[in-house]
Design a protein around this ligand. Structure first.
Ligand SMILES: Nc1nc2c(c(=O)[nH]1)N[C@H]1C(S)=C(S)[C@@H](COP(=O)(O)O)O[C@H]1N2
Ligand SMILES: [Mo]
Length: 552
């Protein structure tokens, strides 16, 4: 049991030293080369889709916290094992720590945005970890094997830790001979009594832990200095040359529980593979537009702001949204029309896919024809009157009304390449999702809430529906599989946003008990949402949303 405790402390000290030392090195190199983050990111990329879906479903917006906690728990268990092993087989324990360093190196150098020095934090960290382990292991072994003092006299001075009399003899014979206190063992470490060797060990490992934690904190602090929060707050965007017309009155039907037309920033869903939000400064920002084009170009952030900006209200939604789900939001987006940029670079015929890349290496493929068909495809710099929030892609992202986010909405955008669908599969397409993914028509009941109960009488049924860029033509509601009733639609600024709807159910004569409400929408191409339920994979969920309510 004692062996376990000292071994565990040895291993954990080595691991904390490795991580702590790696952080300042990572801060110096930048680009989020922290091994913990790199391992977490590699994990996100490697886990099979069902596990990833489970993570997102179970932990929701906390999926990243859960992931990092998982990395730490695995690391801690591994560290304890290495430490315990090292008490008997020192080199084996050290090899374990080194192996962990190898995992960190592999994760760091295989990041798509890895710089030439990406492996350095993990290498330096692992070296520190191995050093600490080799230093602590013999001391831990000595502390673990030392005998507890057996007090033979109640009068013994508390400052005299050496056992006396008969018990001293026992202690000596147990540690291999006379005068063990002053004799070096083959380890080169003095084997003493419990009190001295334990105290010494705890002191050394405690110092290692404290220094490592300090280094780690300093490293994280240095990393945070790269943070672009202040830069963003000091930025003022030019006014739109082509602003959004004022929203129609009554876009918001203003019913309790009904999703507001414009999504408050804090309620906007967030989906991305970034563990640490990329900190991309406007100072050195470049957007490279290249590939199969006649006139490749590279533009700065200021170049973008110098162009005529348009502002549009657009609803963005995620392919992972389930029937009844809330992975969608509506905002005012300010940006440069992408079509104008493409007209300048002149894509070649056959360059049917635009591959965009974010600074952290995530890739996205968008049909060239969709971007050029006249819709408001934007290179976005602002959201709701302010510079893009950092987690929404500051300073520049893309947005194409009518396409799911994974095929259109690249955040932290730095590279735009004209290629073909035949030649390149982007991030999610490599993982089985469809290369082409127009948004499917969707409708949702927001009120009444599932399993709500109401008094018999008039009950307002309301929600949102969307079919971006096709537009919502009709929403219908039915009760208990009866006849469909046409809902009233709120006005919308364009076909690129969701639309609120309302239907007043006269439940005055409804039988007390449970009733099922169902909704379906029809888009402006006259296509009605199919009833058949399908999961989001591989190109978006289908099926009618239903809610069960009780009439009292
Ligand atoms: N760089 C980057 N951009 C990205 C993603 C990502 O993982 N990385 N995810 C996409 C997906 S799947 C969606 S649905 C939208 C979500 O945008 P939001 O987080 O601003 O709501 O961003 C898209 N842009
Ligand atoms: Mo998404």
């Amino acid at each position: 049991m004692r062996t376990l405790g000292f071994g565990a402390l040895t291993g954990v000290s080595a691991a904390v030293a490795a991580l702590g030392v790696a952080e300042p090195v990572a801060a110096g190199i930048g680009r989020g080369s922290s091994p913990v983050v790199a391992v977490g990111l590699a994990f996100i990329d490697l886990v099979p889709r069902p596990v990833k879906d489970f993570g997102i479903e179970t932990f929701g917006q906390n999926d990243k916290v859960a992931l990092l906690s998982g990395v730490f728990v695995i690391l801690a268990i591994f560290a304890v094992v290495c430490g315990v092993v090292s008490l008997r087989r020192r080199l084996l324990g050290a090899a374990g720590v080194a192996l962990f360093g190898v995992v960190g190196v592999v994760a760091a150098v295989t990041r798509p945005d890895a710089g030439p020095l990406a492996s350095l934090p993990a290498v330096v960290g692992a070296a520190a970890g191995v050093g600490v382990l080799l230093f602590l292991a013999p001391r831990a072994a000595a502390a673990a094997s030392a005998r507890p003092p057996i007090r033979s006299s109640k009068l013994e001075s508390p400052t005299e830790p050496t056992p006396v009399g008969e018990s001293r003899l026992r202690a000596e014979s147990a540690t291999g001979g006379a005068d063990a206190m002053r004799t070096k063992t083959p380890d080169g470490v003095r084997r003493g009594t419990t009190a001295t060797s334990r105290r010494g060990f705890l002191l050394v490992s405690g110092s290692v832990l404290a220094v490592s934690a300090g280094l780690g904190a300093a490293g994280r602090y240095l990393t945070s200095l790269r943070d672009v929060t202040a830069e963003r707050l000091n930025l003022t965007l030019p006014a739109a040359a082509d602003p959004t017309p004022p929203l129609p009155t009554d876009v918001d039907l203003k019913l309790p529980d009904l999703t507001p037309f414009l999504t408050p920033d804090k309620d906007f869903y967030r989906v991305d593979t970034a563990l640490a939000v990329p900190q991309l400064s406007t100072d050195d920002y470049r957007l490279k537009i290249h590939g199969r084009v006649r006139n490749p170009m590279t533009i700065t952030y200021q170049d973008l702001l110098d162009r005529p900006l348009v502002e549009r209200v657009i609803t963005l939604s995620c392919v992972s949204n389930e029937v009844g789900g809330t992975l969608a939001g509506t905002a005012r987006w300010l940006g440069v029309p992408l079509k104008a940029l493409l007209d300048e670079v002149q894509p070649e015929n056959g360059a049917d896919q635009i591959v965009t890349k974010s600074v952290d290496g995530w890739t996205c493929g968008t049909p060239t024809s969709v971007v050029r068909d006249g819709r408001d495809a934007l290179i976005v710099v602002g959201m709701n009157g302010k510079p893009l929030p950092i987690e929404r892609g500051y300073p520049v992202r893309m947005l194409v009304p009518g396409l799911y986010g994974y095929v259109s909405a690249t955040k932290w955008l730095v590279d735009l390449e004209l290629t073909s669908f035949a030649d390149f599969d982007p991030y999610w397409v490599k993982r089985g999702w469809k290369a082409q993914a127009p948004i499917k028509t969707f409708s949702r009941i927001d009120t009444p809430r599932p399993l709500a109960s109401s008094k018999a009488g008039p009950i307002a049924v309301a929600g949102v529906a969307w079919a971006q860029h096709r537009g919502i033509e009709r929403v219908e509601v039915r009760v208990d599989g009866g006849a469909w009733n046409t809902a009233t639609l709120a006005p919308v600024p364009s076909e690129d946003t969701w639309r609120q709807w309302r239907w007043d159910w006269d439940a005055t004569k409804a039988t007390p008990g449970q009733h099922t409400l169902e909704v379906r929408a029809t888009d402006r191409t006259a296509a009605t949402q199919p009833e058949r339920r399908a999961k989001p994979f591989p190109d978006g969920a289908t099926g009618w949303h239903s809610v069960v309510v009780t009439v009292e």
